[in-house]
Design a protein around this ligand. Structure first.
Ligand code: GDP
Length: 331
């Protein structure tokens, strides 16, 4: 048995070709939910969805989000109506009273449906509506995710990191905004003063996550701050990782990040934006997989390979290196 901790790009890219090394039926994927947002009443879980669509072989692998060849009729009409009415464009984050009322799981991540700022495809939307309907019927996010994974025929066990709300909020000189507003609407451009995981202080890891974390754990090449950070902030996770063998793949080659805002966010959090900084952020990691041209010296054992993850063959190679690193730490 093995457990992967996942955001929405790096680890899914690794999972796409990990099957030969890690049998899917013996693999659990725990996904970050700090990125989740509620748009006009339905809950979008971007990281869970990427793994769900990947597992169901429906993922758009150009973007690593959304369903391949999905239409976006409703999304388009939302834009058209807002424009015709002269309404200012989104994101339209709701006021504090709205953030703290209504569905508990959407606290501090609730946006109006007007001028929908995230591109939600039609089939994609059906998933969010089903998820939200089941939540409203009283099921936990863990149970709902299992149901969706069955619908998509996902080969792994897929778990949200928690059933409690944790909202990743970015504090900037112009005020606070949800991570999705910072990244999707503002292109990651605002200056980051601090990253907050609101709700994490009372959130707990579910029994299923705790059980999964008693197995060897793989951290794919994820953003340490906004993909792994929310998990580490949830009670019970960092403690569990300290007790089990953990291998992490760097999302950097020395100080060059493959993609995304990891470098900027790490700097804001006081880490060097590099493989060395990733190692510092993961004090519980027992071994690392680094790129073959990454000369970073670490205290832990290192397995080097080409860590580019463009194809399934790439993912197979990196998964092989992860397996080798795990063997080194488990003996
Ligand atoms: P997010 O939820 O979209 O932020 O995705 P993740 O946190 O799962 O993954 C983002 C990280 O994946 C970024 O920090 C990238 O540097 C890393 N990444 C993307 N493509 C590759 C790749 O081909 N190889 C490696 N090693 N890392 C990658």
């Amino acid at each position: 048995m093995v457990t992967f901790l996942s955001g929405g790009t790096g680890t899914p890219k690794l999972l796409a070709g990990a099957g030969a090394e890690f049998a899917p039926r013996e693999t659990t994927v725990v996904a970050n939910t700090g990125d989740d947002v509620e748009l006009g009443g339905f809950l979008v879980c971007p990281d869970l969805d990427t793994v769900l669509f990947l597992g169901g072989d429906e993922l758009d692998r150009e973007t690593w989000w959304g369903i391949a060849e999905d239409t976006a009729e409703t999304h388009g009409h939302l834009q058209d109506i807002a424009a015709a009415a002269g309404l200012p464009p989104g994101p339209r984050y709701l006021d504090d009273a709205a953030q703290t009322s209504g569905r508990e799981i959407a606290r501090w991540r609730r946006f109006s449906a007007v001028a929908e700022f995230m591109h939600i495809g039609d089939r994609d939307r059906a998933v969010h509506l089903t998820r939200t309907g089941l939540l409203d019927e009283g099921h936990t996010l863990t149970a709902v995710t299992e149901t969706l994974a069955t619908a998509f025929d996902v080969p792994w066990q897929l778990l949200p990191m928690s059933d409690d709300p944790v909202a990743t909020l970015i504090h900037t000189p112009d005020g606070m905004m949800h991570f999705q507003e910072f990244w999707v609407a503002r292109n990651g451009e605002p200056t980051v003063e601090a990253v907050e995981f609101r709700g994490a202080e009372t959130a707990t890891a579910t029994p299923a996550v705790r059980e999964a974390l008693s197995e060897p754990v793989v951290l794919g090449p994820s953003n340490p701050i906004t993909s792994i950070g929310p998990m580490l902030a949830v009670d019970g996770v960092a403690e569990a990782l300290a007790e089990t063998p953990v291998v992490a793949v760097s999302p950097f080659i020395e100080d060059e990040v493959f993609s995304g805002p990891a470098a900027k966010l790490m700097e804001a959090d006081g880490y060097d934006p590099s493989t060395a900084g990733v190692a510092e952020a993961y004090p519980f990691a027992d071994a690392f997989v680094l790129d073959e041209v990454d000369g970073t010296e670490l205290d832990q054992p290192v397995v080097r390979t080409d860590t580019t993850l463009d194809t399934e063959a790439d993912a197979e190679r990196v998964a092989g290196a992860v397996q080798q690193a795990l063997r080194e730490v488990t003996g």
